[in-house]
Design a protein around this ligand. Structure first.
Ligand SMILES: Cc1ncc(COP(=O)(O)O)c(C=O)c1O
Length: 428
């Protein structure tokens, strides 16, 4: 029989033998290469049974906590009488679409798919179809998924800023060339490009808060300016709320800012860990995707009843008056606690975040664009997180990654994490 200590190693060896790199998603392989076999509430457990307070949260989905019982129960109920029927409208799907349209300001209609990448892919195709134009604008530091049009310029090395930085071999050169990459929060740069090429631009897509580089808050004037300019130039404005959707409110971060895009993409936490994504927006645009319309949208597993049931349960829980108060209070408790520790030890660091998201950059402010983050001490950032992991606090040990608090976290979890942060920061 395998000793307890070798169970992780056994799993790693088996995975590496049959899966390239041992993982099915490029971002999952990090050092230390831990194997987690159980998740419950605010915690994940490795194959040896050690418990960690989880702030990585699979990049965000379990907003209510892992294996949330009410969500699980609704999924089991749905799966007890259906699986995939694959024809016609479904009752759960219709209910969920109505709920999303009730909550998300830009959502007059909504289509479901399985991942954020599919949603952004469909949004860009729809924008190209509507405008008859080919080019799109994205911003340095934003991630929108793995397809050719947008897989570029996220955590770009300093020497490549201002150039295209594709993240995979095999991407179609024409797709890369048709994507313009501009600095976040820089409305002048957008204005200038639109003056020259406005009639060629189909869409502007952005993460409202670029959480793929931590938390860079948008200036209200920047987002409002994008709204005004896209109207002026008949460009489709897409807010990618794959991270922020539901996490920062049932209406997404667009509701917080009070700026409404033409299209919105959501995924991750909308079904609390079940695979579901949504493309929502103006009815006159989404109607192009209706069967027989000029834009094709399909998928065998789209609006899978398990995920849809999970999303309906998630919304019900988030609609309770205390849910966001709990999430946001814990976020503030963590950010305030970290700021106090940093100040006490005289460390060069900046606490960032919004709502239930937090992180510590090892640099001074200001933080307004990706270029500012080149001043972050990446080694310290990763060393700090590795030291936390040894103390049972899991923050993904990769430069610039954000952390997520869930409804299952307690004030005691936050305080325990702050105690560990204090020890580590003192030693750093
Ligand atoms: C803002 C944003 N958009 C899109 C995606 C792609 O989503 P998925 O990984 O579900 O394809 C991600 C994933 O991290 C994301 O953070």
């Amino acid at each position: 029989m395998a000793t307890i200590a070798s169970r992780s190693q056994e799993i790693i060896e088996q995975a590496q033998r049959f899966i390239p790199g041992g993982v099915s998603s490029a971002n999952r392989l990090v050092e230390p290469n831990l194997v987690f076999t159980r998740a419950q509430g605010a915690y994940i457990f490795d194959a040896e049974g050690k418990r960690y307070i989880d702030y990585h949260a699979a990049f965000g989905p379990p907003l209510l906590g892992h294996c949330q019982p009410e969500v699980q129960q609704r999924v089991v109920e749905a799966m007890s009488h259906t699986d995939v029927i694959g024809v016609g409208s479904s009752d759960l799907e219709a209910q969920l679409a109505e709920k999303i349209c009730e909550h998300v300001p830009s959502a007059e209609k909504v289509l479901f798919c399985n991942s954020g990448s599919e949603a952004t892919y469909a949004a860009l195709r729809l924008a190209r179809a509507i405008t008859g134009r080919q080019k799109i604008i994205k911003f340095q530091g934003c991630y929108h998924g793995w397809h050719d049009a947008i897989l570029m310029n996220v955590i770009t090395p300093a020497e490549k800023i201002g150039q295209r930085d594709p993240l995979s071999a095999g991407m179609l050169p024409q797709a890369i060339e048709n994507t313009l990459v501009l600095p976040f929060n820089d409305l002048n740069a957008v204005q200038q490009v639109l003056q020259e090429q406005g009639t060629e631009i189909a869409a502007i897509i952005l993460e409202l808060i670029p959480h793929n580089i931590g938390t860079v808050l948008p200036q209200q004037a920047f987002v409002q300016g994008l709204r005004d300019l896209t109207r002026q130039h008949q460009i489709v404005l897409i807010f990618d709320e794959v991270v922020t959707g539901f996490r920062h409110g049932l209406g997404g971060y667009q509701k917080v800012l009070g700026v409404t895009p033409d299209l919105t993409t959501m995924a991750k936490s909308i079904a609390n860990g079940f695979p579901l994504a949504a493309l929502a927006g103006r009815a006159d645009l989404l109607d192009h995707c209706a069967p027989g319309g000029d834009v094709f949208f399909a998928g065998t597993f789209n609006a899978h009843p398990a995920s849809v049931a999970a999303s309906l349960a998630t919304i019900e829980i988030l609609e309770r008056p205390d849910s966001y108060a709990h999430l946001f209070n814990l976020g503030k408790r963590m950010r305030d606690g970290l700021a106090e520790i940093v100040q006490r030890h005289g460390i060069t660091a900046t606490v960032a975040g919004f709502g239930s998201i937090f992180l510590l950059y090892f640099m001074e402010p200001p933080i307004e664009s990706y270029t500012d983050l080149l001043r972050n001490d990446a080694k310290k950032f990763v060393d700090y997180r590795c030291a936390l992991i040894t103390r049972g606090i899991y923050e993904l040990p990769v430069n610039l990654k954000r952390n997520h608090i869930s409804l299952a976290h307690s004030a005691a979890d936050i305080d325990q994490s702050l105690e560990a942060a204090n020890e580590v920061l003192k030693a750093l």
